[in-house]
Design a protein around this ligand. Structure first.
Ligand code: ZN
Ligand code: ZN
Length: 307
């Protein structure tokens, strides 16, 4: 054995929360500058430092869990027989352990590997947020928070508080609240810009009326672009408009006849009950609040970790 080989395969002793690990240090130094510095820097006044040299003088890593360390060992030093047989697999908990230590010890390749493997496992929205925060993973924070905001299931306040903390829960509720404020903007009755031109074909969604109509009761001209000629009463739950809810600007009665109308664009007919609102009428003037905006700083701080 040359002296170089014996250096590579020498071992050091770590003590992690009461468990002694005897491992060759070379892959620690290859993957982590922190360890490279630790093993190669002569200590002031301790040129003959014995730290890590034997069981009685291990390098003590008390802030870490033995299970996490064991999982990292599996990835740093996989046993050839496990790799060959395909038995080289880690559980979700083990990958989280690898992620934890590789993040703290700045082992970038190991960290990316752990994130990649965990992303292939089914993480819940709450797990994504929790892991994102514990290990600075911007991608999971965005995914998890967006899932919680948009999914149908509603969570109990205590559940949100437990998994996300009060401040995050409050911000998510605020985002959802902003989204809820959109329907009034969609309702033509509260929209002063509602006109005959706001009614569109149920099939092709283009404007149903390109020319003025005349009120069936008072004969008033209902212009395509004049909000004062026509209004809408009651709430609109969807984009569908029933012309029975329309009122003439002159006589306040229903201006349009109860019949089907032929679309000037696609020529299919739309019943007076089934007009649609033109897109321009129901568009929200303000963009929705987004997870990416509300949590911008936190996302940026995690993204900067990987740069
Ligand atoms: Zn009228
Ligand atoms: Zn049409």
């Amino acid at each position: 054995m040359t002296s170089e080989e014996s250096t590579v395969w020498s071992t050091v002793f770590f003590k992690v929360k009461g468990t002694i690990f005897q491992v060759p240090p070379h892959r620690f130094t290859e993957h982590s500058e922190d360890f490279a510095n630790m093993f190669h820097m002569p200590r002031a006044g301790h040129a003959e430092s014995v730290e890590g040299k034997d069981k009685e003088h291990p390098i003590v890593l008390d802030d870490y869990e033995a299970a996490d360390f064991r999982a990292l060992m599996k990835v740093l030093y996989p046993a050839p027989k496990d790799v060959i047989s395909g038995a080289y697999t880690l559980t979700k908990e083990e990958w989280v352990g690898v992620l934890n230590l590789s993040t703290r010890w700045r082992m970038r390749q190991m960290r990316e590997h752990a994130i990649g493997n965990l992303s292939k496992m089914s993480l819940t929205s709450f797990e994504k947020v929790t892991f994102a925060r514990a290990h600075k993973v911007a991608k999971w924070l965005k995914e998890g928070l967006n899932e919680i905001v948009t999914q149908e299931e509603t969570f109990e306040p205590d559940e949100l508080k437990l998994h996300l903390g009060l401040e995050t829960a409050f911000r998510l509720v605020w985002i959802q609240n902003q989204a809820l404020k959109r329907p009034p903007a969609m309702s033509p009755s509260s929209n002063p810009q509602f006109t005959l031109g706001s009614l569109s074909c149920s099939k092709c969604h283009s404007a149903m009326f390109n020319s003025p109509q005349y009120c069936q009761h008072c004969g008033r001209t209902i212009s395509v672009n004049a909000p004062e000629d026509i209004s809408h009463i009651g709430k609109v739950g969807s984009l569908k408009v029933n012309s029975q809810n329309l009122r003439c600007g002159g006589c306040t009665r229903i201006p349009l006849q109860m019949q089907s109308y032929a679309c000037p664009s696609c020529h299919s007919s739309t019943s007076y009950k089934n007009f649609r609102l033109m897109a321009s009428t129901h568009q929200s003037p303000r963009p929705d609040a987004k997870v990416e905006d509300v949590f911008k700083e936190e996302i940026a701080s995690y993204e900067s970790w990987d740069q």
